[in-house]
Structures are given as C-alpha cells and as structure tokens.
Design a protein around this ligand. Structure first.
Ligand SMILES: *[C@@H]1O[C@H](CO)[C@@H](O)[C@H](O)[C@H]1NC(C)=O
Ligand SMILES: *[C@@H]1O[C@H](CO)[C@@H](O)[C@H](O)[C@H]1NC(C)=O
Ligand SMILES: *[C@@H]1O[C@H](CO)[C@@H](O)[C@H](O)[C@H]1NC(C)=O
Length: 349
C-alpha cells in the first residue's frame, strides 16, 4: 500500500469505528434508540410545521416516549395509531369548557368524538381539562368537567387520568417556599379541584418557568440560580436548602397545597423551558440549551426537590418546535427544534 492508500484505509476504518460508537447497532441492523424520561410538548401554532406523521417518526428516532398535545387534534392522533409506546396527554380546549360544564351529555359526546376512536391503538394516558385557566373567568368550569370525565372513564374501567394544568399565578406568595400560599381566587377555584384529584389520587399538572421569574426580577434572581448552574445553596428555608429556583417554585406550590389540607398530591410538570431568542442576551441558544439540559438531568437524576426529596420529577419540556403563529418575540422561540428542517436549535439529547 502506498501512502494515499494507507490514508484512505485508515480513514475508512476510523470512520467505521466512529460511526459504530455514535450509532450503536442492534443485531438486526436497526439503530438503538435510548428512551428519554422527559416528555415533550407538541404545539401546533405554526404554519411551517412538519406533518404529524413526520413528527411522530421523529419522536421515535430520538427516543421520546411521552408527549402532550393541547387539543385532540385528529391528524396527530391518527399519526399516533399503533405507536403505543408513546404515551399522550390530550388537552380539552379552553373554549369548550363552558359547554362541557353545562351538560354531562356534552362530555359524553366530546369523549365519543375525540377520544373513543383512538382508544384501541393510541396510548392516551391523561386528559387535561383546560390549560392554565385557573384562576380566571372560565376557571369554575374545570371541576365539573373533571368530575364528569372521571365518572365516565371509571364507569368504563379505562386507565385514563383526568386532571387540569395550572400555572404559578395561583400563588399569592412563593418566597421562601414554606410561605407558599394561594391567592383568594385560586383558593375558590383550584382548591376544590385539588381535593377531588387527591381523592382520586390523580396528579395535578403544573407549568413552571424559571425564565419568567428571572426576567421579572433580574436584579435579585441570578441567571445561574434560574438555569440550574448554581453550585451552592442560595438560601435556607428551615432545614431545606435551595440551589435552584425551579425547586423553590415547585416546593412553594407544595406548601400552598398543604396549607389547604391537600397532602401528598403528586405534581407533574406539564411545561417548562427557556426561549432561545426574542429578548436579547438572556434568550440565546446557549442559555436555553443549558436550562433544558439541566432540567433533563434533574429528571434523570431521580432526585426530587428539597421538600419532596423522595419523588423524582416527572416533566415535559416546552416545546418541540418554534411556533411562528404565537405572539412575536420570546413566545415563538421556546422550541427545541427548527420546524422547517427539524434540526436542533441547540444540542439537547
Ligand atoms: C416504539 O416501538 C416501535 C416498534 O416496536 C419502535 O420502532 C420504536 O422505536 C419505539 N419507540 C420508542 C420511542 O421507543
Ligand atoms: C402506555 O404508556 C404508559 C406510560 O408511559 C406505559 O406504562 C404503558 O405500558 C403504555 N401502554 C402500552 C400499551 O404501550
Ligand atoms: C425520604 O426517604 C428517606 C429514606 O427512606 C426518609 O428517611 C425520609 O424521611 C424521606 N423524606 C421525606 C420528606 O419523605
């Protein structure tokens, strides 16, 4: 072999070894996909999104086993048929709540149209009634719809959880976490829902965005504290030490529930994330990637928060794609992937 031949041989061998390292092969030749513990929100407010069937194949290729959709979109649910190893949280649209709360028959019809056709081959694990509508004008409709849907799935023995998604605007106070308490309107609308969920042993779904806590008070909240990069506790709250604002927010909600007599109700993080653009130096791909990777690590560590050290975090990142039909600015830039070519905006997994 002359020199160029040796070089070619070396390059081919090396790249084959490298490929093997990066893409471990199963015996049948298919690529082994490492399953992720974290879920992804799949929003559809964009006019340049890939087709749902492409998106579902994509989830499989990156090992996503759980997703959340905001309404029972037929194209997405049809694309999920047969993919029962992807579990799905399906939302009831906010604008449907008033009609559903008015009549139990309307709930039965909603279920027959939107869920029933998919039960055989789509793994619908949860239905969430409304998205961040408590506290607010349609908040009072959540409980009756949660109750009707719960009765319906129980009477049919279906393993579907019925819950709702709420945000941290329910908290009157959140610092220190042990001072966490709900606002008066949240007490009216949320506490009866929490009590019902508690009886059913169904988790409450919450959205937690350290990003908003940070941008609303950057003088007092450090970036490292907000993006899980801080190394030492920032403060102590009784015996609990807080290093990350995510944990402090989560625990403030737990304390607020306990003050209402709701003990041990599991909390699932329906959304968290960080925008990669839209607001200058604090919204870059580097910072967004750091926050999201650290959140994934938190989930994968199996560790909880200081108040709930023994229960791991169950959570969904927001969101799969940048969505260009959301309000301009940061809202359009929470995606992990570029919708037009499905390339990552930063390295996550
Ligand atoms: C789900 O199962 C299918 C077929 O068994 C497999 O091809 C796919 O990779 C799996 N998806 C995930 C995310 O594990
Ligand atoms: C549906 O998803 C749940 C939760 O991820 C999982 O435990 C269950 O095995 C899945 N069901 C099927 C039929 O794959
Ligand atoms: C967590 O588990 C440890 C070890 O089992 C136990 O000592 C501790 O009391 C638990 N903490 C809470 C808050 O449940």
């Amino acid at each position: 072999m002359n020199c160029p031949q040796i070089l070619v041989f070396f390059l081919l061998t090396c790249s084959a070894i490298l490929l093997k390292l990066y893409y471990p092969q199963e015996q049948d030749g298919s690529i082994i996909v490492v399953e992720k513990n974290v879920g992804l929100n799949y929003g559809l407010l964009g006019d340049n999104l890939p087709s749902p069937s492409k998106v579902i194949s994509f989830y499989k290729s990156i090992g996503i086993t759980k997703i959340r959709i905001f309404d029972p979109n037929t194209e997405v649910l049809n694309a999920l048929r047969g993919n029962t190893n992807i579990s799905v949280i399906v939302g009831v649209k906010d604008q449907d709540l008033a009609a559903l709360a008015a009549r139990e028959e309307a709930v039965k019809d909603w279920f027959a149209i939107n869920i029933e056709p998919y039960l055989a081959d789509v793994n619908i694990t949860t239905i969430t009634v409304g998205n961040e509508v408590i506290p607010g004008p349609i908040g009072p409709h959540v409980l009756p719809v949660v109750q009707s849907l719960t009765n319906l799935v129980k009477s049919r023995n279906l393993p579907i959880l019925i819950s709702t998604v709420v945000d941290m605007s329910n908290l009157q106070q959140s610092y220190p976490p042990s001072a966490g308490m709900f606002k008066p309107q949240a007490r009216e609308q949320l506490v009866p829902v929490l009590k019902f969920l508690s009886q059913m042993n169904t988790p409450i779904f919450v959205t937690i965005y350290p990003y908003f806590a940070f941008v609303s008070d950057p003088d007092h909240v450090s970036l490292d504290y907000a993006i899980f990069e801080n190394k030492y506790p920032v403060f102590e709250d009784g015996l609990m030490k807080y290093t990350h604002i995510f944990d402090a927010i989560f625990d403030a909600f737990v304390w607020a529930m306990e003050k209402e007599g709701v003990m041990d109700l599991p909390m699932v993080v329906a959304e968290t994330g960080w925008p990669s653009a839209g607001r200058g130096k604090f919204t870059t791909p580097r910072i967004a990637g750091t926050y999201n990777r650290n959140f994934v690590k938190h989930v994968e560590s199996g560790k909880g928060t200081p108040k709930r050290p023994n229960s791991s975090i169950d959570g969904y990142l927001f969101a799969t794609f940048n969505e260009n039909q959301k309000p301009a600015g940061t809202e359009q830039n929470f995606g992990l992937y570029n919708p037009t070519n499905m390339k990552p905006i930063y390295k996550l997994f």
